[in-house]
Design a protein around this ligand. Structure first.
Ligand code: NDP
Ligand code: PYR
Ligand code: MG
Length: 622
């Protein structure tokens, strides 16, 4: 992520000693010893981004030992062995004690916990990532549940709002409209050899979480998402490219802020926008043909437009439309099973009212159709079970306003001329079994709305999914209180559990976190490993089914709708396996038949072996 120091020779990344777990024989679950076929010639390059033991290749730096400490990927700080200190010219530049990664972890955990606010913790963690990448990821992975809300939602929201203010040093690519015509040159400046980067997250900062247009400050979202690719799916940090395309901002506050680091201009019209994005996509693809590009936090109309424009041309997906659709399909399937069991009604007998009709809501609505269709409903019957509600009320064909294309599919025609301006009225009309919130507006699920849905259902499904926490349609505490603890709940940002002593049911209650971070790392890992030429809708749906299946019996017994987040690596691996199988079925895997030749156990072992682990290697971890 952070480029290596600029004042020395290029990193020795390409020359690092290769590890070749994929060539090793695989022992399957039944004990068979099978040697997988050899990879295609370009499958393993000397740039292989899994390469972890880069420090082995560091030579004594011509500008002095200190330069070795400044390379964030190779730096081990106090863990450098005495031999290596001699070899690299580090004697005297480090404290005398030599400490292992685990002792370093104790120190940084303490330092993190000594910070008082989430934003201070965010800044501390960002500084650690920019100083010693492996220690940062070891910390995040050791304390996943504690760190996730700091490097991701909700804290990343506040960090993006103040991104220019808390800026310390550059991370990622900033491609601005001023660079039009020379984007390829900028991409060439990215200091990682061609072939190595596997995943980019690109935002234009125009709709960051539910916080609106933050312009260049949206770079924090690309960085946050890619940190989860590394921590959650084992993508090598140097194989990630956080990108902000800066086309200006319509955020007056940013434009007037002397500290703001983006372009000081308003956003251009659609034609200029598209021409620029085309240039960016071409430049990235030309240098890195297998790069997976995740679109993140574009305004809804642009999100749909670019997905349609690029999805059959490049290996890309839109996380807000497709990732969110997948993660909510998984949680909804698990919730619907519980509700159906208790009500005795068929699994398909659901009526979903969505507050919000943007990229996320429409993405979720479309994925939910696949749930109904798997129960035997036709597409039209499935669509009849989903209602969308926007800032003007229930979306109907005869409402009188011109609907953008993405709303037309779900616009109702069965309302007999009646319009429903308040969500409470829409609830009376629809009689939903499930409320899904992707409206960006706190309080949309107020007491009246929640109590109505609670009166209609034994186990009401309520998913307030807007981020960050302050934008959530309701809190977990409210949902539990107004449903007497019967709610089946998932929110976009984390909420605290409710202790048995405070719970209306007398049992500990655990909220779900329905957030696309549970699926996008697995989808990206799949696409990167099998070099997918396209990320098809079927691959995305498969990720949802795999996530739903990932829930263990123990987790179900605790009432969870999603697996525990500290199992994210295992979940991402299993999602990647299922998605690779789907990619092979759809003939979009581009690895010369390498993954297609493995059975599921072999594939799981191979995927696991490809996942990067933050450690110094050998004796240096001791
Ligand atoms: N949990 C997760 O994994 C994810 C969560 N999200 C969250 O979803 C939210 C929405 O994202 P996105 O769809 O891209 O954003 P948009 O801004 O495109 O969509 C917001 C939608 O909400 C509607 N809306 C606004 N006010 C109200 C209201 N009072 N009642 C009902 N609807 C209202 C808007 O109406 P109109 O169309 O009339 O303007 C619009 O349709 C964000 O907060 C984002 O953080 C997004 C992706 C993933
Ligand atoms: C989670 C996410 O992608 C969003 O809130 O936009
Ligand atoms: Mg998003």
């Amino acid at each position: 992520m952070t480029p290596p120091v600029a004042d020395g020779p290029k990193t020795t990344y390409a020359a690092a000693a290769p590890t070749t777990p994929s060539k090793a024989a695989v022992t399957t679950a039944n004990g068979t010893h099978i040697k997988p076929p050899q990879p295609t010639p370009d499958h393993k390059t000397s740039d292989d981004p899994r390469e972890d033991n880069l420090h082995l290749a560091i030579a004594k730096h011509p500008y002095g030992g200190a330069a070795n400490l400044r390379d964030v990927f190779t730096n081990q700080d106090t863990a450098f062995s005495y031999d290596k200190r001699d070899q690299l010219g580090l004697r005297g530049l480090l404290p005398p004690a030599r400490q292992s990664l685990s002792v370093q972890l104790l120190r940084v955990t303490k330092q993190l916990r000594n910070k008082s606010t989430p934003l201070e913790k965010y800044v501390f963690l960002a500084s650690l990532r920019q100083t010693n990448t492996r220690l940062f990821y070891a910390l995040v992975m050791e304390h996943m549940e504690e760190c996730l809300p700091l490097i991701y939602t909700p804290t990343v929201g506040e960090a993006c709002q103040k991104f220019s203010e808390i800026y310390r040093r550059p991370e990622g690519l900033s491609i601005s409209l001023e660079d039009k015509g020379r984007v390829a040159e900028l991409v060439d400046n990215w200091p990682v050899p061609s072939g190595a980067p596997r995943i980019a997250v690109i935002t234009d900062g125009s709709r960051i979480l539910g916080l609106g247009d933050l312009g260049w400050n949206g770079q924090g979202i690309s960085i946050g998402k890619l940190s989860l690719y590394v921590a959650g799916a084992g993508i090598h940090p140097r194989a990630t490219v956080p990108i902000v395309v800066d086309l200006g901002t319509n955020n007056k506050k940013n434009l007037e802020d002397p500290l703001y680091l983006g372009l000081r201009r308003e956003r251009p019209g659609t034609d200029e926008y598209v021409e620029f994005l085309d240039e960016v996509m071409e430049a990235l693809h030309a240098k890195y043909p297998n790069l997976i590009i995740q679109f993140e936090d574009f305004t809804s109309e642009n999100a749909f437009m670019f997905l349609e424009r690029y999805q059959n041309k490049y290996p890309m997906f839109n996380d807000d439309i497709q990732g969110t659709g997948s993660v909510i399909l998984a949680g909804f399937t698990n919730a619907a099973r519980i509700a159906a069991k208790e009500s005795g009604k068929p699994l398909w007998d659901q009526r979903i009212l969505m507050a919000g009709a943007g990229s996320a809501a429409v993405g979720v609505g479309k994925q939910l159709l696949s749930f109904f269709m798997r129960q035997g409903l036709t597409e039209d019957e499935a669509r009849e079970r989903v209602w969308i509600f926007d800032s003007k009320g229930l979306v109907t064909r005869d409402r009188g306003d011109k609907l953008p294309d993405h709303k037309v599919y779900f616009a109702r025609t069965d309302n007999e001329g009646k319009q429903f301006k308040s969500l409470a009225d829409a609830v009376d009309y629809v009689k939903p079994t499930a409320l899904v919130g992707l409206s960006t507006v706190r309080g949309t699920f107020d007491e009246t709305v929640i109590r109505k849905v609670a009166d209609m259902n034994k186990r009401p499904i309520i998913f307030p999914l807007s981020n960050p926490t302050d934008n959530s349609e309701c809190t977990y505490e409210e949902a539990v209180r107004f449903t007497e603890g019967r709610v089946l709940f998932a929110a976009g940002s984390p909420f605290p559990e409710i202790d048995a002593s405070q719970s209306p049911t007398g049992k500990r209650l655990i909220p779900g976190q329905g957030n696309n971070f549970l699926v996008f790392p697995g989808i990206g890992l799949c696409a990167a490993l099998c070099k997918a030429s396209r990320i098809t809708n079927e691959i995305v749906t498969e990720s949802a089914l795999a996530l739903s299946d990932a829930l263990t019996q123990a987790e179900r017994d605790e009432g969870r709708l999603y697996p525990k987040t500290d199992r994210i690596r295992e979940i991402s691996r299993d999602i990647a396996v299922r998605c690779i199988q789907m990619a092979n079925k759809q003939k979009v895997a581009n690895d010369g038949g390498y993954t297609a030749s493995m059975d599921e156990d072999q594939l799981r072992t191979w995927v696991q072996g490809e996942m990067w682990v933050p450690k110094y290697g050998g004796a240096d971890d001791a």
